[in-house]
Ligand binder design. Sequence first.
Ligand SMILES: *Cc1c(COP(=O)(O)O)cnc(C)c1O
Length: 383
Amino acid sequence: MRTPTEIEISLNALEHNIRFIKRLVKKNVRISSVVKGNAYGHGIEQYVPAAESFGIDHFSVFSVDEACRVMKVKQPGSAIMIMGWIPKDQLSWVIRNEIECWIFDLERLRLCIKEAMKQKKKARIHIEFETGMNRMGLNAADAAKAISLIRSKPETLDLVGLCTHLAGAESIANHVRIHRQIKQFKRLASLFEQNGLRPSVLHAASSAATITYPAFRFNMVRIGILQYGYWPSLETLIQYIGRRKDKKDPLHRIIRWKSSIMALKDVKQGEFISYGTTFQASAHKKIAVIPAGYAHGYSRSLSNSGSVLIREQRLPIIGMINMNMLIADVTAIPDVSTGDEVILIGDQGELSISVASFSELSNQLNYELLSRLPAGISRRVVQ
Ligand SMILES: *Cc1c(COP(=O)(O)O)cnc(C)c1O
């Protein structure tokens, strides 16, 4: 069923971004595509097969429900890694389906061993170290205990990786902290190695560290925001292009969020438009009603300030954004008609509405805005 607003995912843009990332990290570094948050709002069901068609074969999610969705659409050869939440009663599903999961405390390690014994099947685990972010992971004391637990039950575990997460590699202000974290990560990893535990991958870098700290890529990187065509922060982009001759942004946004004109109306000078009195027509106006409102994820804070693209022109939103509709001033387009395409985010002709301009705030907000695009919007993969 089509919905009043629709999301398009561009295969060409995605192919371009994946090529860029592959060139950046070289062959010996595995790319895990991070598809938590409904693939940053792009839609797991649409995004995963598209990424696979360009050679991605490892997907990271936060929770077991997301893993289940990836499972349904992925190729048999692709791996899934759960970085976060698994309720106890679903650990058996995870192990049965050979899904990799992060061990961030000893309790989960013990549960994995127990469940693996029950199933007579190895649990595929990554040990997460706490290295200074102070969120999740095993500290040094727990890491030592984990080593003896793992060594005592080798038949139950497949130690796939050792990992950590960095606390803000997208900002140079965190430089010292990030270096300390990596030092601690290496220390704990070598402790494992000294005890004969040599997993096939070490990983610490998300998009920002992959760009800014090439030495911290080890042999796997967890790439989220970059593959969708956005930078973790403006600083990261500046870091990257600072080292290059070509100063153009090398990434392409893959999402386009669009709607169409539902109705047109002429409004006389002096009339108020939409709820209340926030917008009064200073002259005769032609307005377009567009079926996109805050229930569809279009923020109400863009009332009287956002813009949309219609017939390759940028047009202001006037009046309040409603639950299901917004109004644009289309006086500038005499031959406008109902059914015309309306771009909420993305390109049309030479013009573009970026997620950042859409939110009018920092780049950091890309993550939040994208992942909040409602799952109920229909999504379509296009060339
Ligand atoms: C979200 C996430 C990533 C990816 O982050 P990006 O900045 O989008 O590349 C990597 N690792 C972990 C643990 C994450 O939670």
